[in-house]
Design a protein around this ligand. Structure first.
Ligand code: KDG
Ligand code: MG
Length: 416
């Protein structure tokens, strides 16, 4: 019998293009597991949570006891839930699943029930300051093999808009924040301007033009990034109905989920939400009242594979599907975990895929692959991601923040 006691737990911080927090657990017999604990713009809070509060509790525990460890850390927190706690628990849980699958000599998805599909349909991010630039970006994604595409554009009168790679504020040393680094390295966030009325006037025409250019078949997605009031969200859903969106994401701020009742009453455009949710409790009324169609939580921010699997199972009884968050601030470890879940679960919907930079991939060496529009987790035992300490150490942490929004009208703060 191998010795599966947790003998070491290291919290690794690196910044290969952007900041990442990774937990590495090692058993007494030297089997290693990785977990992603990155919370974009608040990274060091999770580092402290893990180093100061969880690592001492993990040493000596049996790495096989995944469920018990999850319950111990969740129920044992007393002040439980919240992004920092749940990212820390997620990292422990993911690392333990990685270890268990390596001990079994199998890719992790085999332990989750085996594959239910050939791969995970992935959507890429097309964007442009104007329509010609957007069309070029859509064409380039189609050439790369994407079979589903998110559409984000510049808004007349606004300098810099969420998700638009060529926004002036997005430029960072020749690259774009929205390609690899949504956060900016600085001591304080960059401020962007926002105008909801200008956005609502512009977006329906963009989708009309994209459908006219690329036809009716291509699945199109859009992220409103928490910016609308309930009645504005309802109106946008209604205005976009002729363009048959795969989903409309985060139409309203995430705290008050009950407002989605209003939105749902007015539109049949499918709704996705949850990238900033942390637990199954955030979804309860949305599932039971069937107010959404896709679950956006990633493994990294929702308590790990154990917890997200439970959320997906609960969603499945309401015909609600997965649509896992996959920006570059979810590390390759977090993305790999999502892919193992994604190929196994019955109610997979789609996976967001924002490629990590080449430098990030040198640190994490992911075994997953993108081909023919599908992402596959690979066949290596465990998660299939290995961490290169030497490359990681060459890229030390430096503070970075997501932008904030102020209304163009009067400078008051708005959701970003
Ligand atoms: O860190 C914030 C990003 O993860 C978020 O802005 C990306 O909304 C996002 C998405 O849908 O990818
Ligand atoms: Mg989003």
């Amino acid at each position: 019998m191998s010795n599966t006691q947790i003998a070491s737990a290291e919290v690794l911080v690196t910044s290969p293009g952007r900041n990442f927090v990774t937990l590495r657990l090692r058993t007494a017999d030297g089997v290693e597991g990785l977990g992603d604990a990155t919370v974009n713009g608040r990274e060091l809070a999770v580092v402290s949570y893990l180093r100061d509060h969880l690592v001492p509790l993990l040493l000596g525990r049996d790495a096989h006891a995944i469920e018990d460890t999850w319950q111990y850390l969740y129920r044992g927190a007393y002040w439980r839930r919240g992004p920092i706690t749940m990212a820390a628990i997620a990292a422990v849980d993911t690392a333990l699943w990685d270890i268990k699958a390596k001990l079994a000599g199998m890719p992790l998805y085999q332990l989750l029930g085996g594959h239910s599909r050939r791969g995970c349909l992935a959507y890429g991010h097309a964007s442009g300051a104007d329509l010609p630039e957007l069309f070029d970006s859509v064409r380039s994604h189609l050439e790369q093999g994407y079979r589903a595409i998110r559409i984000q554009t510049g808004i007349p009168g606004l300098d810099s808009v969420y998700g638009v790679a060529t926004s002036p504020n997005a430029a960072v040393g020749g690259a774009s924040r929205y390609d690899h680094e949504p956060a900016r390295r600085a001591a304080a966030p960059v401020e962007e301007e926002w105008d909801t009325r200008a956005y609502l006037r512009h977006i329906p025409g963009v989708f009309e033009a994209v459908r006219a250019e690329f036809g009716p078949e291509l699945p199109l997605l859009h992220d409103a990034h928490h910016r609308l009031a309930p009645i504005q969200a309802a109106r946008l859903g209604k205005l976009l109905e002729p363009y048959d969106l795969f989903w409309l994401e985060d139409v309203t701020p995430a705290e008050n989920t009950a407002v989605l009742r209003r939105v749902r009453e007015h539109t049949t455009t499918p709704l996705a939400i949850g990238e900033v949710f942390n637990t199954v409790w955030d979804y309860r009324e949305l599932f039971e009242e069937q107010l959404i169609d896709y679950v956006r939580s990633p493994v990294t921010h929702a308590g790990g594979i154990t917890a997200l699997r439970r959320i997906f199972d609960y969603a499945s009884i309401y015909q609600i599907k997965s649509g896992v968050h996959g920006p570059t601030d979810v590390s390759p470890v977090g993305l790999a975990a999502a892919l193992h879940l994604g190929v196994a679960i019955p109610n997979f919907g789609i996976q967001e895929y924002m490629k990590h930079s080449a430098t990030t991939d040198e640190v994490f060496r992911p075994g997953f692959a993108f081909s023919g529009g599908l992402l596959s987790p690979g066949e290596e035992p465990g998660l299939g991601v290995s961490y290169d300490d030497a490359v990681a150490e060459a890229h030390p942490y430096s503070a970075a923040y997501l932008p904030v929004n102020r209304l163009k009208l009067d400078g008051s703060m708005h959701d970003w």
